[in-house]
Design a protein around this ligand. Structure first.
Ligand SMILES: [Mg+2]
Length: 129
């Protein structure tokens, strides 16, 4: 296991997306935890923040959006070490801009291939060390 410590948190209201993403990331032996809404995500972050390496966060979710979860992460110093990557079906410049303004570490459109996703996440985690 290359990442025996820590895990990646995948947050998306569509279960198919969390499952698919999880499968790709597990090809690299990453430990994965997933949440299907913002509330669940925030609960996991609160309880296990010291183990979370990176949060892959869907933007469009009911009630608590990915932007809302991102704001909460950035508002709490305890969570400083958590990398945040927003994940969206939209790839509009506005979303990317907003993600940056809120302090996201990265942004990915959902249309990318599993291989690109994997390379991107790998690079981010390597640059963190
Ligand atoms: Mg969604």
């Amino acid at each position: 296991m290359s990442q025996s410590k820590g895990f990646i948190l995948i947050v998306d209201d569509e279960k198919d997306i969390t499952l698919l993403t999880q499968r790709f990331l597990e090809l690299e032996d990453y430990n994965i935890v997933s949440a299907n809404n913002g509330r669940e995500a925030l609960q996991i972050i609160e309880e296990r923040y010291s183990e979370i390496l990176l949060v892959l966060l869907d933007i469009m979710m009911p009630q608590i959006s990915g932007f809302d979860v991102l704001k909460k992460i950035k508002a709490n110093e305890k969570y400083n070490n958590i990398l945040t990557v927003l994940f969206s079906v939209k790839n509009f410049q506005m979303d990317i801009q907003k993600a940056k303004e809120l302090g996201a570490d990265g942004y990915l459109p959902k249309t990318i291939s599993g291989k690109i996703l994997l390379d991107y996440i790998k690079k981010m985690l390597e640059s963190k060390k």
